[in-house]
Ligand binder design. Structure first.
Ligand SMILES: Nc1ncnc2c1ncn2[C@@H]1O[C@H](COP(=O)(O)OP(=O)(O)OP(=O)(O)O)[C@@H](O)[C@H]1O
Ligand SMILES: [Mg+2]
Length: 677
């Protein structure tokens, strides 16, 4: 615990009473969690596998495990459970699937899969899409509030709500038939199971001897329930959070959970941290000043002994192109002056679409970058195809996967054949895959169709058997063999417009197999485990772009990410772009309580910076094919004037001349530095 301040030490030392650390950004909350895990293992003889820590992203889970391993040096941190809430839920379901009425190799449906299922259900049941617009959202909310379809139906107040609740019911039935769970189920199912079967809960309470939760302010009702269940009356837990950083209300997060803790656990020890170890005082004071505009559950005051630091810069740009160029030229210059590493720089923005121009500018200047939390790797059609094959091979009940791959590549199995097959399967209560294996279909399909369906079925069966037999490296061989056998590269050639796009897609598929290989090797090296396809598929479904890039991140690259994805991270030099009305705050959140959430988002962004923070806004921005005049964000005016340095005036479009002048200055600067070095 060397180097912790007094309050942090207290937070680590409280082992017998539940502990809440409530503190602002950069005050060492995450640090408390890692130190506490090490302390529990060292001084309280906790076995690592009895400690469970929950973090917000896969990336931070990985980082936390590494930090603890380092802290423990020779002591063994093997078996320590650090994961996201969703991964924790998945682990519970993996062990308890039978009690939940699932078969071992259940599939996990992501949001796109779920949307597809809902679309098909609407079509099947002839529901007017307009009536149920946004129903996926409702379903997610119901699940996060752990309401059953029955309860949703009872609560419905008009026909429209009824229609939605009925769709929810059908959706749940469909998932079950596919032996599949969706993302919300990963939390919801364990919660329900623990409610209904106290003996299983007992077992888990024994397994989870100590629970730690980071970024607690972003837990939703279901996640809080899971925490309460797991800790039980023993209440051995530590949670850390910052209500000012709650940015997931739109996903059901309830910052009130912070206040609820005191009610639910009267013995709760509340510890506040006030020293910030991350940012210069100018950055810190600006952040404090901004967030003071929000109503507060708990008052906090942060200080730092990192010196005043530079002024925060606000740069006016003529338009979004100039903004991108300017940010990139600032980075080039700064890197040169300070011999900065690429990885010291982060460019943060409100929405993913803002990354495009920045990316282009970075590429043009040969600056390596990595985007976190952008369009998921899994959203690419080719990745969906291959993953669907793998899912289906692992879980033959996954009809959604079956339908995706049955004609990819083309097998000439037509819509009417599929419909007959589906009717047959529904009638007999079996999956499409199973139906292909049955003799009964000979009576309903034409000879030609039958042959094709049976051939596909035989192949599936063969692959399923091969996959079942394979472990470790054999799994990689199997996946490569499969892609070759279905001649997938060729299919991409045939169906993709440009050679360049084809190449990109083939590379994506290659990346996927390389990634599978990495997962297998890692499991072998770290835990001596020979992975099977089923666990690899489950593991991968839970990952996001962030984790895929995890190995890249260790390389020297500039980070690009949304404000949401930046939570918990820190960078020496931060650029916050698009500081404009209707962008940040987002145009759909211009009024309370959305506006407060936007302000917290800005607060999160500002507090990522250690040494410098540069904010930019454009006076004009192209939206929907039109140039729109933009106003600087109101949040800029909520920062203390004396700590800012404005470059260019608000609302004044920078002329071509000025732009040129600036460009020339930059060049001249660079030249003089080059000649000086
Ligand atoms: N006692 C300490 N002495 C020196 N450095 C510290 C101390 N505590 C934390 N730090 C450092 O301060 C930085 C911020 O810590 P940490 O990430 O744990 O803060 P946090 O409260 O979790 O922030 P956030 O709210 O953004 O998640 C880290 O670089 C950490 O190593
Ligand atoms: Mg943190």
């Amino acid at each position: 615990m060397h180097g912790l301040n007094e309050r942090q030490r207290q937070a680590v030392l409280h082992v017998d009473t539940p502990t809440l650390v409530l503190a602002g950004a950069g005050s060492g909350k995450t640090r408390v969690i890692t130190e506490k895990i090490a302390y529990l293992i060292r001084k309280h003889d906790y076995k690592p596998h009895t400690i469970y820590a929950v973090t917000f992203t896969n990336k931070s889970a990985k980082e936390m495990k590494e930090r603890v391993t380092k802290l423990l040096k020779d002591d063994n941190a093997k078996g320590l459970n650090v994961s996201t809430f969703h991964n924790l839920g998945l682990n519970i379901i993996r062990r308890e699937y039978a009690a939940l009425g699932y078969k071992a190799n259940f599939s996990i449906m992501d949001a796109t899969d779920a949307a597809q299922i809902i679309k098909e259900l609407m079509h099947k049941q002839n529901v007017d899409p307009e009536i149920v617009d946004g129903v996926q959202w409702d379903i997610s909310n119901w699940k996060n509030a752990y309401l059953s379809p029955q309860q949703a139906l009872e609560m419905a107040q008009d026909e429209m709500q009824q229609a939605r609740a009925l769709l929810f019911q059908a959706y749940e039935k469909q998932l079950k038939a596919y032996n599949a769970v969706d993302f919300d189920d990963l939390i919801g199912l364990p919660v329900r199971l623990f409610k209904e079967q106290p003996r299983i809960l007992d077992k888990w309470q024994n397994r989870v001897r100590y629970l730690l939760v980071d970024e607690y302010q972003d837990t939703n009702a279901a996640q809080y329930e899971l925490v309460k269940q797991l800790v039980g009356v023993q209440a051995r837990f530590t949670v850390v959070g910052d209500d000012d950083q709650s940015i997931y209300a739109w996903r059901g997060a309830q910052p009130e959970n912070l206040a609820m803790l005191k009610q639910d656990f009267p013995a709760l020890e509340l510890i506040k941290l006030e020293q910030n170890y991350r940012s210069s005082n100018r950055i810190l004071q600006s952040a404090n000043h901004l967030i003071a505009n929000n109503p507060h559950v708990f008052e906090k005051s942060l200080w730092s002994d990192m010196g005043m630091g530079d002024h925060l810069r606000v740069i006016a740009c003529a338009n979004e192109n100039q903004e991108a160029e300017r940010v990139v030229s600032e980075i080039i210059l700064h890197k040169f002056k300070h011999r900065g590493k690429n990885r010291d720089y982060a460019i943060l923005y409100r929405g993913n679409h803002q990354a495009r121009l920045i990316e282009r500018a970075l590429r043009e200047n040969n600056l390596p970058y990595v985007i976190s939390g952008g369009k998921s790797f899994f959203d690419h059609a080719e990745i969906k195809d291959v993953m669907s094959y793998l899912k289906l091979i692992v879980n033959p009940d996954d009809d959604a996967a079956f339908l995706r791959v049955v004609n990819t590549p083309r097998r000439e199995i037509g819509a009417s054949t599929l419909e007959k097959l589906a009717t047959y399967a529904t009638h007999r209560g079996i999956s499409l895959f199973d139906a292909t294996q049955e003799f009964g279909i000979t009576n309903i399909l034409s000879d030609k169709a039958l042959r094709r369906v049976q051939l596909f079925g035989e192949n599936l069966l063969k692959w399923a058997q091969q996959a079942e037999a394979a472990q470790g490296e054999e799994v990689t061989h199997f996946v490569r063999g499969l892609i070759e056998e279905i001649d997938y590269d060729n299919w991409l050639h045939e169906t993709t417009n440009s050679p360049k796009a084809t190449e990109r897609r083939i590379n994506n598929v290659r990346d996927l197999t390389l990634w599978i290989e990495r997962i297998i090797n890692k499991a072998q090296q770290e835990d001596g485990e020979e992975k099977k396809l089923a666990s690899i598929v489950a593991h991968m479904t839970l990952m996001d772009m962030m984790e895929r890039n995890e190995s890249d991140q260790e390389h020297d690259m500039i980070s690009l990410m949304t404000l949401h994805a930046s939570k918990g991270l820190e960078f020496p030099f931060v650029f916050l772009i698009g500081m404009e009305e209707e962008l940040l705050p987002h145009k759909q959140n211009l009024e309370s309580p959305g506006l407060e959430e936007e302000r917290r988002l800005a607060y999160v962004g500002i507090t990522r910076a250690k040494h410098t923070l540069t904010m930019t806004y454009a006076s004009k921005r192209r939206k929907y094919g039109e140039d729109m005049i933009c106003e600087p964000s109101r949040f800029l005016y909520e920062l203390p004037e004396e700590l800012l340095h404005w470059e260019g005036k608000p609302g004044v479009v920078v002329s071509q001349e000025e732009k040129l002048k600036h460009g020339n200055e930059n060049l001249a600067n660079l030249r003089s530095m080059l000649s000086g070095s």
